[in-house]
Design a protein. Structure first.
Lengths: 292, 525
């Protein structure tokens, strides 16, 4: 146990749906004594670019990252990308496409709410929505609650916003994976057993998903994850070994939004740095070249 | 929110918990537990229809702050999720109980703690009397499993269900009918029932239970005897207590509620059910409860047994006496009555205590029973000084090493009846000869059991000893007597022992019946 440094490769800032700014999260990471970390905002790596500039000589080792929401006919996926070159085109185009879709969907959702229910919002609030880096359903929902159209965010999403579905306007997993690889990064499947975050995918279904993603170029599994039980963790580690994949560890920290703590990944239960994770840390392009 | 007896906070979960409301659910739980530190938490999932991984994360966090976390009343769907994801391994997860109604179902058994109903052709449910029965159910399941491991054929429950305000455990019992039902509907099966009933009883009493696995019945009976102190005149209370105290510890199994409703015939197999009263102890404690079931409870009002067992008082009494005779291995009426009396001492003590505790002294009818039993108990306590008795029958593995046990068993009976020393010696030689013969030849090269039955009757003292084995048919008497006029070198080896036996005993007879060699010797003083 003593040999395993604190590692957390999955966390969110205000650039997506976290509550800590990049500066705040860096301070927190240092206070927590984390040795290696990555910030993985949804469909964005702006925070990473900021943090990269803030890093001092003795600061923890940082890996640039992002978490891409993807969808295809068979389901939704969160693909983490690590160590890519943020200035290179392939990964930028994934982010831009995602962002464009996202903005278009905000517009279509607002139209839908107006058309179907007569919900309208002041122009400056709509502008505020578009000014966000990553506006999505929760942001629209919280406006609805403010205006009394729904009593809770949950109700707003389930009852109203989900009335319109988009099958086309999503980044496909093969595109996200290709973009990450094309920019020198490593694509990793986030919280594999939990699907895109809130499903439970195990057994054959998990393996089918995985085989497909591997055929697209997936290279790793987030086997250490704050929401996993020992059983899920060992199941994911087994799959990683079976398919020769990297292993990563992440908490999915969102600040005060969710009650997850930094570095809560289940890695603390390991006796030594898992082989797949050691390999990942060796092969991924780090911003700080101090060896772990 | 409520709190359990053990100080755990109970929180109800309802509907679905998914990414939409998991944060709110978590916040709710957190508010409920505010200021309660790391108290144990019980999540009641009776109304929880679904839990997604966002909900699982809530459980995981809660487990970290409150390690003593359990989830109860979990539906099968939710249970499956918790099992797949490994949550059942890291916290206590109890399934919700299926609701079963026993309205209109046939009652097939009844014991101290519950009633057994047939719910369909293949299954029965035992409904516990007390509402908080989950612990009893667990206990019964454990002891039933123990009994099964120790070789007692029994049914083990496979499910726990809700029945009204109580709980029930479900057993598979195919085409089974209780011995009570057989006795009530087919009186001609009486002797068969006695045989099977006693066979099982001997099996139970022949089973040694590892220390600490079952409660000691003596402790329970001691508590009854203590309770009785103020209700018995003079020194009789003390005498009762010292008689119970004098019963030696016995690590053999007793059932504790062994009557014909708790014995089932299922496809030619006899099964023991209602195992929650299983204990260890001296057989007199078992006989006491048997006496109560067949005679005691109905002694004043003969109709009582009809409602409980389905057969009449005479049938119950006959069954009891026949079973006692078969169990003890004697038809001697004096001996039977003596052992019965000793069982009655414990039996009456139990019934009086129970009735008093249930407010029987305030109830005119119950008080009549109490007075009736008490009068009999007083008479018995004046007559006897011990609760101990010996069975007239010993079943033992037929190996030469067991000869001393057989000898001391026989000697005890002879001494109790003041048998003259010379006759004792002659009988001793005959017993040795016959038992060693069985041990050497009856099952060779396999092994098997032999039964030795001793019956002593008085005036003049007559001793009959019967040896029974299931080995190859062999009549030792058929062999020609050896020619004792020849010198030792010229005589054939063997045969001398049985020759001496024939000479010293008044009668020796052999028969082969029902697959058994039955050799009987008789000595009259």
């Amino acid at each position: 146990m003593t040999d395993v440094p604190l590692i957390d490769l999955h966390m969110h800032t205000t650039v997506s749906d976290g509550t800590d700014t990049p500066e705040e999260i860096l301070a927190r990471v240092k206070r927590a004594g984390i040795g290696v970390f990555s910030v993985t905002d949804h469909d964005a790596f702006k925070s990473g670019v900021v943090i990269r500039e803030l890093l001092g000589k003795d600061d923890p080792c940082f890996i640039l990252g992002a978490e891409f929401s993807c969808k295809d006919e068979e389901g939704q996926y969160h693909i983490l990308g690590y160590g890519f070159d943020p200035d290179s085109d392939p990964v930028r185009s994934v982010v831009e496409t995602g962002h464009r879709y996202r903005m278009e969907k905000v517009g279509e959702r607002l139209d839908y709410l107006k058309r179907a229910y007569g919900f309208t919002f002041p122009a400056e609030e709509i502008d505020g929505l578009y000014a966000l880096d990553n506006p999505g359903k929760p942001h629209i929902a919280s406006l609805m609650v403010e205006h009394g159209y729904a009593s809770t965010i949950e109700e707003a999403i389930k009852r109203y916003i989900n009335g319109i579905r988009f099958t086309e306007k999503y980044v496909r997993p093969e595109n996200a994976i290709a973009g990450i690889l094309g920019s020198g990064g490593i694509p990793v499947l986030a919280h594999p057993a939990y699907g895109s975050g809130d499903q439970i995918i195990l057994g054959e279904e998990m393996e089918r998903r995985l085989q497909k993603l591997i055929s697209f170029g997936l290279r790793g599994l987030e086997a250490y994850y704050s929401g996993f039980t020992a059983r899920l963790r060992s199941g994911m580690l087994r799959l990683a070994e079976q398919y020769g994949l990297y292993v990563t560890a992440g908490s999915d920290y969102h600040g005060s939004n969710k009650l997850i703590e930094l570095a809560d990944t289940g890695l603390e239960s390991a006796d030594a740095l898992p082989e797949g994770l050691a390999r990942f840390l060796k092969d991924v392009r780090k911003e700080d070249h101090d060896q772990i | 929110m409520e709190e359990t007896k053990e100080g755990a906070v109970v929180i109800k979960l309802s509907g679905r918990i998914d990414s939409g409301n998991a944060p709110a659910a978590e916040e709710n739980i957190r508010r409920t537990l505010e200021g309660k530190g790391t108290c144990p938490v019980v999540l009641d999932a009776e109304e929880l229809a679904y839990i997604s991984s966002a909900g699982l994360r809530v459980l995981l966090h809660l487990k970290k702050t409150n390690p003593e976390l359990s989830i109860v009343n979990v539906s099968s769907d939710v249970y499956e999720i918790l099992e797949m994801t490994g949550f059942t391994e890291m916290m206590t997860v109890e399934k919700a109980y299926r609701v079963v109604s026993v309205e209109g179902c046939e009652e097939i058994g009844r014991g101290a703690n519950g009633t057994i109903y047939r719910i369909d052709q293949d299954n029965v449910v035992k409904v516990y009397n007390n509402a908080d029965a989950l612990q009893d159910i667990r206990h019964e399941r454990e002891v039933a499993r123990l009994a099964l491991i120790l070789g007692i054929p029994t049914a083990i429950s496979y499910d726990v269900v809700r029945v009204g305000n109580s709980y029930g455990s479900v057993f598979e019992l195919l085409n089974a009918s209780s011995f009570s039902k057989i006795l009530a509907t087919k009186p001609e099966k009486m002797d068969w029932c006695v045989r099977e009933y006693v066979k099982m009883l001997k099996k139970i009493h022949g089973t040694v239970v590892p220390a600490g696995k079952l409660p000691d019945m003596k402790e329970t009976v001691l508590s009854w005897a203590r309770f009785m102190q103020p209700y018995l005149p003079g020194d009789l209370g003390k005498k009762l207590l010292s008689m119970v105290e004098a019963v030696p510890h016995d690590d053999h199994m007793i059932h504790g509620d062994y009557h014909t409703k708790n014995l089932e015939l299922q496809n030619d197999e006899v099964l023991l059910i209602d195992m929650d009263t299983l204990a260890v102890g001296h057989p007199v404690f078992e006989l006491a409860s048997m006496y109560n079931s067949f005679v005691g409870y109905s002694e004043l009002d003969h109709e009582v047994i009809k409602a409980f067992q389905g057969f009449d008082f005479e049938t119950g009494k006959t069954f009891w006496r026949k079973s006692l005779a078969a169990y003890l291995g004697t038809g001697n009426e004096k001996k039977l009555s003596e052992v019965e009396d000793k069982a009655r001492i414990v039996g009456y003590t139990r019934m009086i205590r129970r009735s008093i505790r249930r407010g029987g002294l305030e109830d005119e009818r119950a008080k009549r029973s109490i007075d009736f039993w008490k009068e009999k108990l007083i008479g018995l306590l004046e007559k006897y000084d011990t609760l101990l008795f010996t069975r007239n029958e010993l079943e033992i593995e037929a190996i030469p090493e067991n000869l001393p046990s057989v000898e001391s068993f026989v000697e005890k009976h002879l001494e109790e009846n003041d048998c003259p020393p010379k006759a004792q010696m002659q009988i001793g030689l005959a017993v040795e000869e016959i038992f060693i013969n069985i041990a050497s030849y009856a099952y060779a090269p396999e092994k098997g059991n032999a039964t030795v039955r001793v019956e002593v009757s008085g005036d003049p003292i007559t001793v009959i000893i019967t040896f029974i084995d299931n080995g190859i048919p062999y009549d030792p008497l058929a062999k020609e007597d050896p020619d004792v006029t020849l010198s030792a070198e010229e005589r054939e080896i063997g045969g001398l022992g049985i020759f001496i036996t024939k000479k010293t005993m008044d009668d020796v007879s052999y028969e082969y019946r029902d697959g058994q060699n039955i050799l009987r010797i008789k000595k009259q003083m």
